[in-house]
Every structure is written in C-alpha cells, then in structure tokens.
Design a protein around this ligand. Structure first.
Ligand code: ADP
Ligand code: MG
Length: 256
C-alpha cells in the first residue's frame, strides 16, 4: 500500500515544490517507487521534473474531473526515475468546475486508490492556498510535510495550516496527521534563523525533522535544467541534504 503525503504550506515561496521534487528524486534514489502529483496550476513541480507542462496530453485536471485515470494521465520523469501526474494552467479552472460535482473533495483520493499497489510513496505538491485543490490533497493523504523557513513570521502562518489539518482530520480524513516540519533554506550564520529553529524544536519536539535543508544555489538552478537538484548536482550540499531527508522519511514511514 502506498503512503501518501502532501507537501503543504499556504505561504508561497517557502520551498514546497523544491522539497516535493527533490524528495521524490531522493526516494527514487534509495529504491522507492514514487508518484509525484502536481496540484499547483503553476506546474512548477511538473517542469522541475523535466516534463513540459505545455505538452501534457492529460493532467491532474482530467483526473479530478473524472475524465482520465491516473494510469492514463501519468508520465515518467525518465532521468529521475519517478512518475509524474502533471499540472498546467487548466487546473486553475478545476476549482470552479468541481463545485457542481459529487464528493468533490475526494476526487484525488479515489483516483489514487486505483494505482495504490504500484507505488511505495505518493507526494503531492500543494498550491499556496487552503483551496479545494489543497483539500483534495489533504483528503487523499496519510500525512502532511510542512516545509518552512526559520523566519520571524513562520510560526504565524503555521497555526492556520494546523487548524485546517485538524478540521480535515475531524471531518473528512481521520488518518491525516502532520508528519513533520522541515526546516528549509537554512542559513546557520543568521542568528535569528538559529533562534527560530530552536523555538520550533521546543514547541513541536520530534515533529521537527532532524534533517535541515541548507540554502544552496544549486537547488535553485536545477529547475531551469528540468532536473531535481538531487539529480542535477548530486554532490551539492542541498542535494545531499534532500537524500538524507529521503532516508529519514523512509524510517518515519516504517513507524507509522
Ligand atoms: P513554493 O513551492 O513553496 O512556492 P519553491 O520550492 O518554488 O517554493 O521555492 C521558492 C524559491 O526558492 C525558488 O526559486 C527555489 O528555487 C528557491 N529555493 C527553494 N529551496 C531552496 C534552497 N534550499 N536553497 C536555495 N534556494 C531555494
Ligand atoms: Mg510551488
């Protein structure tokens, strides 16, 4: 049975897509069968996996509207060895079109159930909002991975997300839990970041992943080559951290 995780944070630019793409590649490297689902109409995770969003024949949009199965719509990220259920601008319309449909928040969950046996892990890259798309992700998932920068306002946004997760847990998906908070774009030379990092650990304990992802320009350069950093430059500090994070995830999953 596949374990399904959302990478979510309603803030933009906090490293969700970078985390989804590099974790997918890292997990594939350590031998896991991975499906990446892009739930953001920007399609950055699709492009960052080397799949051209403009050339998708079918996408997650068709799957949500029941016009295709995951098995038909997915494509292979060849170099990185994982599958991608891609997204493009079509998905921006899904929000409105879903309103009239039955069980509209369970569309992704039901579609993923069809390919459950084919994967060890499914990673869902969520858009920067708590929308119907994110809700579909949360209803499908066993857990949420929350990437965050150790900045002053980081904790503030977190409470909205935690409340949403609690509501989904209570009303729609009793198996949902926060798997962990991932510190990303970390710069240990900045005292404030160290302080916020300590606060996070004090407040959330072992819900904070041990792995810390450093700020590393190679991770930011990789998408323009259509590759996860982990594949683009495996020796870079950021890439090594994501592979370490993949190992940590595999360990955590065994305890779930
Ligand atoms: P989100 O999906 O949350 O909007 P992204 O993953 O797109 O965030 O990251 C936002 C920007 O920060 C991107 O330009 C990305 O390349 C860059 N970035 C993400 N993580 C790192 C990192 N560890 N080091 C350097 N740049 C990063
Ligand atoms: Mg993104």
């Amino acid at each position: 049975m596949a374990k399904i995780f959302c990478v979510a944070n309603q803030k933009g630019g906090v490293g969700k897509t970078t985390t989804t793409v590099n974790l997918a590649a890292g997990l594939a490297l350590v031998g896991q069968r991975v499906l990446l689902v892009d739930l953001d109409p920007q399609g950055n995770a699709t492009m960052g996996s080397g799949v051209d969003k403009r050339e998708l024949v079918q996408s997650v949009y068709d799957v949500l509207l029941g016009e295709a199965g995951v098995a038909e719509a997915r494509v292979r990220a060849e170099t990185s060895c994982y599958d991608v259920l891609g997204a493009n601008r079509d998905l921006a319309g899904a929000e409105v079109e879903l309103v009239d449909l039955d069980r509209r928040e369970r569309r992704l969950a039901e579609a993923l159930a069809q390919v459950d046996a084919e994967y060890d892990l499914v990673l869902i890259d969520c858009p920067p909002s708590l929308s119907m798309l994110t809700l579909n992700g949360l209803c499908a998932a066993h857990g949420v991975i929350v990437p965050m920068q150790c900045e002053y306002f980081a904790l503030e946004g977190l409470s909205d997300l935690v409340n949403t997760i609690k509501q989904v847990h209570g009303n729609l998906n009793p198996k949902l839990e926060v798997i962990g908070l991932l510190r990303v774009m970390f710069d240990p030379r900045i005292t404030l970041q160290q302080q916020v990092s300590e606060q996070l650990k004090a407040h959330f304990g072992d819900k904070v992943f041990n792995t810390v992802i450093p700020r590393n320009v190679r991770l930011a350069e990789a998408p323009s080559y259509g590759l996860p950093g982990v594949v683009f430059d495996s020796g870079a500090r950021g890439s090594q951290a994501y592979v370490e994070f993949a190992r940590e995830m595999v360990e955590r999953i065994q305890k779930l």
